[in-house]
Write a protein that binds this ligand. Sequence first.
Ligand code: SAM
Length: 201
Amino acid sequence: MRTGKVMGRDWAEARRADRVRLLAGTLASTLADRETFTFELGSGHGHWLAAYAADRPQEACVGIDLISGRVEKALRKKEKAGLTNVAFLKAEASEFLDALPADARIANTFILYPDPWPKKKHRKNRFVQPESLTALAERSAPDARLHFRTDDEDYHAWTCVAVTGHPRWEILPDEPWPFEQVTFFETRMKARRDVIARLRP
Ligand SMILES: C[S@@+](CC[C@H](N)C(=O)[O-])C[C@H]1O[C@@H](n2cnc3c(N)ncnc32)[C@H](O)[C@@H]1O
């Protein structure tokens, strides 16, 4: 007999599969004719990626966030600036990676001021984990970069350890940060701690 817990898990998995299918359709048209793109995970109100896309009109850019109101604000920035090379989508990161078209590759990933999940018992919620670094590597282009910025000392140290210990990524200690634009959350932060990594050949 199937328990309530098993039925609940089946239902959650079916809902996830539906969201991934829908997102795959959106991404197939968003990324049509684009071999690579720049990806911002947790793009919030869109300050950073809208400015980046305006600065690099030849690059396709996709920002995702879980919160609809933030995605709507980002979309208003895109429209106001008349940008045609950036998309902002409401999506969860692992679902986004699963939904990407088979031939689409991420050239640059930016994770700016992610939720730090400071309590020990919540650290499993951080995006940077060995499994998600593997999933990101599998969807990234040769020589891809991962750019991570936080104010949080512990999350910074955690990311250094996770990336250093990962077989697919290597930290580039001397690489300069490629583009500066203050994000919405950055205005509240006191520190800036960066990690830049490269996908290993
Ligand atoms: C602290 S905010 C930073 C937003 C923006 N990068 C900035 O600096 O202003 C973190 C954002 O990541 C989003 N987020 C957290 N986990 C996510 C996930 N798994 N997939 C997509 N977005 C996520 C949250 O909704 C939130 O808007």
